[in-house]
Design a protein around this ligand. Structure first.
Ligand SMILES: Nc1ncnc2c1ncn2[C@@H]1O[C@H](COP(=O)(O)OP(=O)(O)OP(=O)(O)O)[C@@H](O)[C@H]1O
Length: 298
């Protein structure tokens, strides 16, 4: 039994082996770099020989069969439905042999994850509010179009100087839509990751249990609140970048106790994380955050 499971994982790894650098995919796209490997596909940075542009190309994993193709087709439809300068534009989609390919614009910039954990950027209350308002411009657009992103994590938000972009619509759904059958998410990069522990926070203090449960739920509900809850975590990541733990303090404290933030911002985040009355809409949250921004610059 063990031998068969070993053999099957060996065969999957062999079939899914990423394309070599400089391989031409789809007779057109030259692989410059493997950007990442997800559960259902691999993403490459490629040179489009026809247009001369650098693009991002997602390739399905053959070992995941038709299901990987189905997920890429979904993502293609969603990108097509959301034309926006801060969302990747769908450029091409094709099936070749065992693979399905989705080609989109390559977004330059650093992810918020890199800015915090690799480059040591520090965000105070005012800059956290400023960045979140920028993110909300895109999120409001997505929601108004009738979709939810459902994966608004710090590796999926990129900054190029002042410009913010949102990527990875692989989990996005129409509001109210059921998740695609059989989908299992690779939950890497969540707030419980080792990276977050680098901040020397007591591990159990954050996130609060009720907030963590929305992450550990196998499927999020396709409603605005799911994205708002992600934005709550997004804001806490930014605010923890300026947190310094007190030497020798090993008592467990909640994020509310650890972070030196205004009571107004704390209340906003508690509403996002549903620790108190949740926001009834993204617009209501936007309004409150805008009021806070105006106050913090007075
Ligand atoms: N349009 C894009 N422009 C630039 N980089 C991108 C683009 N789309 C994805 N990436 C990068 O490619 C890598 C893999 O992206 P992908 O969307 O497959 O997400 P993942 O989180 O690695 O996989 P999964 O969501 O399946 O777990 C990530 O590092 C991401 O930053």
């Amino acid at each position: 039994m063990r031998f068969f499971s070993f053999l099957s994982s060996f065969l999957s790894a062999w079939r899914d082996y990423p394309a070599e650098i400089n391989t031409v995919l789809g007779d057109r796209y030259v692989n410059l770099q493997l950007l990442g490997e997800g559960s259902y596909g691999m993403t490459y940075k490629c040179l489009d020989q026809k247009s001369g542009a650098v693009v991002a190309l997602k390739q399905s994993r053959p070992s995941k069969g038709e299901y990987a193709e189905h997920l890429l087709r979904r993502e293609k439809n969603i990108l097509q439905a959301l034309p926006h300068p801060q969302i990747p534009e769908l450029l091409d989609f094709f099936v070749e042999g065992k693979h399905t390919y989705l080609v989109m614009t390559y977004v330059e910039g650093d992810t918020l994850e890199d800015l915090i954990f690799e480059q040591g950027c520090i965000y105070d209350e005012a800059s956290c509010i400023e960045m979140t308002l920028k993110l909300l411009d895109v999120v409001q657009y997505i929601h108004k179009k009738g979709y939810v992103h459902l994966d608004l994590r710090i590796p999926n938000v990129l900054f190029q100087e002042e410009r913010l972009s949102v990527i990875d619509f692989g989990l996005a759904r129409q509001i109210g839509e059921e998740p695609p059958l059989g989908y299992q998410r690779n939950r890497k990069g969540l707030i419980t990751s080792k990276k977050m522990r680098k901040t020397r926070r007591p591990e159990t203090a954050y996130p609060p249990k009720s907030a963590r449960s929305s992450y550990t739920a196998q499927f999020k509900l396709a409603e605005e609140q799911s994205d708002l809850s992600d934005i709550g975590h997004f804001m806490l990541f930014m605010l923890y970048s300026s947190y310094e733990s007190e030497d020798g303090a090993d008592t467990e404290r909640s994020w509310q106790e650890e972070l030196s933030i205004s009571s107004e911002l704390q209340e906003v985040i508690e509403r996002l994380l549903e620790l108190r009355e949740p926001y009834s809409s993204t617009d209501e949250f936007y309004h409150d955050l805008h009021v806070l921004k105006t106050k913090s610059f007075l």
